[in-house]
Design a protein around this ligand. Sequence first.
Ligand code: NAP
Length: 318
Amino acid sequence: MNERKAVILGTGPAGLTAAIYAARANLNPLVIEGNEPGGQLTLTTEIENFPGFPEGIMGPDLMDNMRKQAERFGAEFFFGAVTSVNLAERPFRVTVNESEEFFAQSLIISTGASAKMLGISGETEALGHGVSTCATCDGFFFREKKIVVVGGGDSAMEEALFLTRFASEVTIVHRRNALRASKVMQDRARDNSKIKWALNNTPVAVKSEDNHVIGLEVRNNENGKTSVLEAEGVFIAIGHQPNTAFLGGQVQTDKVGYIITIPHNTATSVEGVFACGDVMDSRYRQAITAAGTGCRAAMDLEKYLEGAFVHDWSMTGL
Ligand code: NAP
């Protein structure tokens, strides 16, 4: 039986930081890479807000460095995506690619969340070249440029407001006339003179020239006419989906699917299973915060394996 003390699911900043800490604690963790090794940061270009890199660092390079650091201390990697787990058994059973099985005395779930995409023409090709799903990460690259933000929820308002710090103009494109965002966020956006509105417009295609975005084609839902909103940046803010479907409901999540952890630690509803990064954090969603929770998860797991972790689920109030 392929049994490990610690198995870590996911290789974003949370999973890799957990791997570094678990490896340095001599736990020889096995890290399941996932479908997108390196996670969301491999989809961005330069990262300027991860401390320690005054000149910035490319997303894929940062993730590669973290991985090498974990390997240096004995973390092992297995390429593939977890398709299911059985958390009722001890050790836990982890199935990868529907066939490979691993057994784990303890588990860290760091499978992240995926930004929802529009699925329109030109979108995927322009990701990292004008199309972004993170204003905090990429807003700085659009100083004095026109930007379009797609979405009508709180995220879209927040992203648009943040982007007004850099952009010459931000247009919010929403498919309906009524916004989904809370009133306070709507008001803030409406009060900002840099924000323009293209309500009741459905995005049709991202337009690029020479590998640079030049606009977003939209269809007006009242008259059916299409037009192109000129912009060098298209920020998609239509929500995120935590990657928790493979858990099959065995770990308690909120109604969207984010894993619930005990306040002040990283324990989930199942003893011996810990969660870190965007899969349990719908609020901050930053590489540095994910790395921080990854460190915490590994330290909690180490205590659990020593028999010294107190699993007080009642602290969640659930
Ligand atoms: P959300 O509330 O689900 O809003 C998603 C928006 O994207 C909706 O307006 C939706 O349009 C639109 N949308 C979805 N799919 C689309 C598609 N295929 N094409 C075009 N538009 C599409 O998601 P969110 O804004 O990320 O917020 C998630 C949660 O986090 C919410 O509870 C929110 O309150 C919270 N949050 C709070 C803050 C804050 O308070 N500062 C900031 C961010 C998020 P429809 O309206 O037509 O469905």
